[in-house]
Write a protein that binds this ligand. Sequence first.
Ligand SMILES: [Zn+2]
Length: 170
Amino acid sequence: MSEIKGQPCPFCNENKCTLKEDEVDIPYFGRLFVFVMECEGCGARKSDVEPAEPKEPCRFTLEVTSEDDLNIKIVKSGDATVKIPHIITIDAGPASEGYITNVEGLLDRIKKTIESTMEAEEDEIAKKKAKNMIKKINQVLVGRDTLKIIIEDETGHSAIISEKAQRSKL
Ligand SMILES: [Zn+2]
């Protein structure tokens, strides 16, 4: 892991940003760089991943049908769109992060995203809908329900690493 301190922060412009870079080897995917930016000045934090080798734009579809599927490894770049049909679509954007996780970790993150938007929500119907989404995700997390995860990435920097996942062209 390499680390450079005192870099200019893209958010507060102070030279209080630390950039970290790590290289990991992911079986069936290849070498991958992990970047983390943390600012001591304003608390901004951002991470992303980038494969060492160029990749083609891709779409991965995975049916999560059992508790075992929760361990399936996922590489999600900051450029990826994550779709869970009937539940949520998370588009890539400036705040979008890249990370290495598994199905369980991804669902936990999505749950937190829904929870935080739910707190700000005043509409009762939207609130109830969000509650039901969280309920469904919780059921999937204990292997009592199923759902589909779709990851689309124009840069090809993302992947669902499992024989169960279907890869198609974007
Ligand atoms: Zn800052």
